[in-house]
Design a protein. Sequence first.
Lengths: 389, 132
Amino acid sequence: MTMQEMRGRVAVAGVGIAGLDATGHTELEILGLAAKRAVADAGLTLQDIDGICTASVSSAMWVMPVVEYLGLRPSFQDSTMMGGSSFVAHILPAMHALLSGQCKAVLVCYGSTQRSSTLNRAEIGRYRRVLDPQPFETPYEPLNPLSSYALVAARHMHEFGTTREQLAEVAVAARAWAALNPEALKREPMSLADVLDARMVSDPLTVRDCCLVTDGAGAFVLTRSERARDLAQPPVHVLGAGAAVWHRQVSMMPGFTTTAASDSGARAYAMAGLGPEEVDVVALYDAFTINTILFLEDLGFCAKGEGGAFVEGGAIAPGGRLAVNTNGGGLSAYHPGMYGIFTVIEAVRQLRGGCGARQIEGAQIALAHGNGGTLSSQATAIFGTEAAL
Amino acid sequence: MSEPARSADALPAMGPEARYFEALREGRFTVQRCDACARTIFPPRILCPACMSEDLSVIEPTGLGEVYSTTTVRRPADKGGDYNVAIITLAEGVQMMSCVKGIAPASVRIGMRVRAEVVDGRVEFTPEGSAS
């Protein structure tokens, strides 16, 4: 089966979010709640799940405790860990497994208690330097991941004249969307001045150019499309998916102003047989404001270098020219360590309808994009309603 | 049962990364050059990522470079104050993370010509032409 033949053959049948405040709970506990919600949303039970995809920031063998905890005996498992893009990247291998008959229902799931955990973050940082050394960057004490994104933002500003005000537009638009999402954790109004005058952390990025640090778990269920049509929700079909990894350390990024999203996006568009002009809703991994600008460019919503101008004047805010991060994004809704899975959940919710005040009327095609590491790994998925097939 | 092929597996006592950091401790900044395709390589590797050759020479670069990007990491004064983190493109064409010293962190500019020096076992840069 070619990639193009896989288009529209697998669908998201259920989604779930849990534990945005996980105080007193473990990661497995909130992951379990999100998993149950996604499975129930699909009209299935955990006993129907025979495929699993999951990843963890701290546990290198995370699929084992997850399978144990949920009582699964999967015939397909993928625990590939490439940072926050992992859960978007899991979609394509899951499609292969579903379409080959290796399994019938795949649960993609993640949970993080990053905010409420009593683990000392400085201590985690020390362990990480031993277990996952980056000896050519660590001696310079970049405040990672923030400083890596700051270095990329500074280069983008230098090459294209992108301004701090344009970066701030991204944060303000995300906040305006969050105000329409009852689930979002930061909903109070925020102005461009609030972002520009916020505490500078690693130039040119202020604390308001950075995503939230929250708890949270997310999950979604994939089945073959023909099965999804008989389940509880309108199926949201996977039209295209692709991933790309180019480097690990930001210093090894080949040219700071184009990310591997240009590859992952091209693969997803080619499989889906469509282009950015046909996308109604966009969910991008906005760990930092520069991400949104880079991914709008690399995914073809505007030309390279024009991302800053593209977002000006509320163009990606509610009522703007392109609906971007309608849940409020990692900048204002929630960001539990690895946000990628939530881009898929928001894309699916928009295509089903019923997003209330933030619903994009008549949305038929949505794009979800995950990012990992220091712009190191990228994964893109394109979804469509029944009408988009 | 055949004997393990010890000779084929025999590796020198130090790999390229250990040799790099040993040179740094001795005050020497080194990069590699591929003998087969002439590509300059950094960080040090056991084979050329372009042509897979294991014949890599260790060379001392000119030390001249240019600031490709820069950020000032804000830190309270009582913890040492602000500091610079920069990406430097060496004259030999390779890119590395480092820092620019000798001027205020926020005065470092993209495009600035800089020169490498080894300080306390790490490579740092100062603006070209400045007294160091």
